[in-house]
Design a protein around this ligand. Structure first.
Ligand code: SAM
Ligand code: SF4
Ligand code: SF4
Length: 350
């Protein structure tokens, strides 16, 4: 195919195929209570995990159909050896204009320079607390200091646009909203508060643990005064706000105000299953046809027909359940999760 940007394939609701989240591993070096609280997990079989070449080939088919942004996620993507090589492979495709990374930051100081040199465009570090003891309780690991080092290394290597993603939870970090905003400002970063979602199934979710966008804005207005909403940016999930002193922060209100109507993202797991929605219960197997060396046009047909038939709006459907009093606990029963690890958030990437 030629290099001119293709017209993005549209789904049943006219949403374009634009953003691809590529989960490069289901393994993680943290055990965040809202994501991986179980003592044991069923891991994806090693032989099923795609090589970087396979991932880049798949991403190329998506790019032919409209994808221009790829975000590397996991599990913890930096556990995958030589991730910078994947960044380089992806950026060899001229249709992919941005490659970003979401990481827990533990290994970032080690790899920031080589990722920057490989051309990685953006880094998002997930960090939910600035208190080492809380961090240990939340993640089950004593790695707060390494995450800080990771965040510090980002600026030193030349990245701009650092984002800090914080899952905001009632009864856990609601007292850290302004410290996190100020922490981010110190690193020329922008913090984004994410509402706790009932994805996966073992994530101990309850509606009363969700710190909603309204609650966040109320608390911050009490602390800082008038908060101004900035104009919305198309399909970006975060609504951005400005404090009186000009500091900008974002909120991703996925639970109380889902943005499914604009959703242009889909996810490929490390073993090549394609999920059209974070809440989808099944995915399209792309590994099998890829490994059978199916013709590129056939691969594109599979993706095209998957996307054009897409009607997913998982978060809106969960929200509708809430209105009739049926939104209770996590999305998927634990036995079902043990049977199919793809249903976990750490397998499909957040
Ligand atoms: N390990 C990397 C990290 O933590 O940044 C990448 C994968 S992680 C699954 C991606 C994002 O999903 C993180 O920002 C994490 O906080 C978020 N996440 C996981 N479970 C969540 C939940 N139940 N509700 C909201 N966000 C969640
Ligand atoms: Fe935490 Fe990310 Fe690991 Fe999930 S994948 S346990 S959010 S660090
Ligand atoms: Fe997109 Fe599904 Fe999330 Fe809605 S719930 S924003 S459709 S991924």
């Amino acid at each position: 195919m030629e290099n001119r940007a293709p017209v993005a394939t549209q789904d049943m609701f006219g949403r374009p195929l634009k953003n691809l989240r590529l989960s490069v591993t289901d393994r993680c070096n943290l055990r965040c209570r809202y994501c991986m609280p179980e003592p044991e997990y069923v891991w994806l079989p090693r032989e099923d995990i795609l090589s970087f070449e396979e991932m880049a080939t798949l991403a190329g088919y998506f790019a032919d159909l409209g994808v221009d942004k790829v975000r590397l996620t996991g599990g913890e993507p930096l556990l995958r050896w030589d991730l910078a090589r994947l960044v380089r492979l992806l950026l060899q495709n001229r249709r992919i204009t941005e490659v970003a990374l979401t990481t827990n930051g533990v290994l970032l100081a080690e790899y920031a320079q080589e990722l920057y040199d490989a051309g990685l465009n953006r880094v998002t570090v997930s960090l939910d607390t600035l208190r080492p003891e809380r961090f240990r309780r939340l993640t089950g690991r004593d790695e707060f200091a390494r995450v800080l080092e990771g965040i510090e290394s980002v600026g030193k290597t030349g990245f701009t646009n650092l984002k800090i993603d914080t899952v905001a939870m009632r009864g856990f970090n609601e007292d850290e909203l302004s410290p996190l905003i100020e922490f981010a400002r110190h690193y020329q970063a922008e913090v984004r508060f994410i509402e706790y979602m009932d994805v996966g199934g073992a994530n101990e979710w309850r509606m009363d643990k969700v710190l909603s966008q309204d609650m966040i804005l109320d608390a911050l207005a009490r602390r800082y005064g008038r908060i101004t909403a900035l104009p919305e940016r198309g399909a970006a999930p975060a609504q951005r706000f400005c404090l009186p002193d000009g500091t900008i922060f974002g909120i991703i209100p996925s639970t109380t105000t889902p943005f499914c109507a604009q959703c242009d993202r889909s996810r490929v797991t490390a073993d090549g299953l394609w999920y059209l929605c974070l809440y989808a219960r099944s995915g399209v197997d792309l590994r099998k046809p890829l490994r059978m060396n199916e013709h590129p046009e056939h691969m594109r047909d599979i993706i095209r027909s998957g996307w054009t038939a897409r009607r997913d709006r998982g978060a809106e459907e969960r929200k509708a359940l809430e209105r009739v009093g049926l939104r209770d606990g996590g999305l998927i029963e634990i036995d079902r999760l043990r049977e199919d690890p793809h249903l976990e958030m750490h397998a499909r990437g957040g």
